[in-house]
Design a binder for this molecule. Structure first.
Ligand code: RP5
Length: 165
């Protein structure tokens, strides 16, 4: 569900990206970070992209997470039209397993940065953690929640392996 007031926008090029990008949404939810999820395609809805990116800062967003697959222009085009930090998530594509998405997003020419994460679900989850870390610089309560989340992750790691995990 989309929050009314959102610090983070999670945008994705297609409904088919949601299976990946929901990892970002669920991680932000776990950390209590208000966010919105939107489908915006650089190719199929360029006007929607322009309107969103140009208005993102005024709309109150502080960080944008953009996921796309294949010829993945969405994160770079978004970054070109907003001063907000943009984290790109390469969605795993069928044809090239996300190598195409990764290279499309990571190889930005100098001048317009996109912070690029790993291909797929790990990248989506880490984009959310990175967004939360940025927001936590000015939000002590969120910083505490992020510390607690990490401590809980650490506590789940057993000292020794077992045959029945
Ligand atoms: C990209 O094309 C999307 O980000 C998606 O990863 C990929 C395939 O889109 P669909 O054909 O599944 O809508 O724009």
């Amino acid at each position: 569900m989309n929050d009314q007031r959102a610090d983070v926008a999670i945008i994705m090029g297609s409904q088919s990206d949601w299976a990946t990008m929901r990892q970002a949404a669920e991680t932000l939810e776990a950390l209590g970070v208000p966010h919105k999820r939107l489908i915006i395609s650089a190719h199929r809805t360029p006007d929607r992209l322009y309107e969103f990116a140009k208005g993102a800062k005024a709309a109150g967003y502080k960080v944008i997470i953009a996921g796309a697959g294949g010829a993945a222009h969405l994160p770079g085009m978004t970054a070109a039209m907003t001063p907000l930090p943009v984290f790109g998530v390469p969605v795993e594509s069928k044809a090239l397993s996300g190598q195409d998405s990764l290279l499309s997003i990571v190889q930005m020419p100098a001048g317009i940065p996109v912070g690029t994460l790993a291909i797929g679900k790990a990248g989506a989850a880490n984009a959310a953690l990175l967004a939360a870390a940025v927001l936590a610089l000015n939000d002590d309560k969120l910083a505490q929640r992020l510390d607690a989340w990490r401590a809980s992750q650490t506590a789940k790691v057993a000292d020794e392996p077992t045959d029945t995990p």
